[in-house]
Design a protein around this ligand. Sequence first.
Ligand SMILES: *Cc1c(COP(=O)(O)O)cnc(C)c1O
Length: 349
Amino acid sequence: MSPFPRETLRPLVPYSPDRRPIEVDLSDNTNRWGPHPAALEVVQNANGEALGRYPSVYGDSLKEAIARRFQVPVESVSTGCGSDDLLDSAFRAAGDAGESVRYVTPTFSMIEIFGRMNGLEPAALSPEEAREPEALLMDAPALVYLCRPNNPTGDVAPRGWVERLIEAGGSGGPVILIDEAYADFTDDDFLAAAAESERTIVLRTFSKAYGLAGLRVGFAVGAAEVIREVEKARGPYKVNRLGEAAAIAALADVEEWVPRIVAEVRAGREFLLDALVERGFAPLPSGANFILLPLGTKDAAGITATFREEGVAVRPFPGLEGIGDAIRISIGPRPELDRFLKALDKVSI
Ligand SMILES: *Cc1c(COP(=O)(O)O)cnc(C)c1O
């Protein structure tokens, strides 16, 4: 018997990906080139105040830097302890217990968990069921979640389809959350559209392209009234002083490090796709910093374990809807992709 009364929480288990150290870790889509150098410098030069004093309540300096960089009103921006924090807060802000969160499978595994954590019912649709975007609005969910580019498939939902979804939702429909954790690696985003929309929120993170996953900084952009509600549900002091200062330093760079890393990721992505196709595999096209490789009848967990013996970590996805078992490979610098391919040739799947 659980000591707590909430039945919706009881079946949940703590998140436990395999985080054992390994030589070449292509399992979690963090930045294999390391952290943004300007952010690292800020952290290395931090003084006692950065540790001993509270940060700003809602990350106001970071909000201003984000508003400037992405040309959106500062009232349209909220910050959080990773974009996960903003997802969680948006769920809390938009849905009352017993309402539902709609999404298309397969997608970010945390959605079902954050939904249940907040007392919401996960309401998944298959890609076939979601062919018409209006289908996501059926039965009046409190929220619609869309990951673009999608984790774990890499798929980028067509812009016109998303625009139709936003338009059909209108001012009375659900809050539409567009998770753009990987949008830095593609050409298209909904930041400006969200700021001008009535009920759309875009979520961004410093964990991937900026290489700051350890600092836990993310942000959200949407209509000012919607963002204010998310911030109320979020609570104070979620972005720490070091994270805020480091993220601001990284944002100042629009022409150097980030564009170079993004270009390397894109080149590595094409290289790996070609190398896999050459070997007779059918990897999925990707707009992100990873590639999903369906395994046919092979077992993802077993294959991941074999890769680990070769010093390479990938992420297993057993039994993905419509795809079957698959592994997800993060794009790292060329020598790491070569290591992966060498291991692949050796494990002969
Ligand atoms: C990595 C990732 C995030 C980022 O989470 P943070 O909390 O900002 O580290 C968000 N959404 C998806 C789909 C991701 O894969």
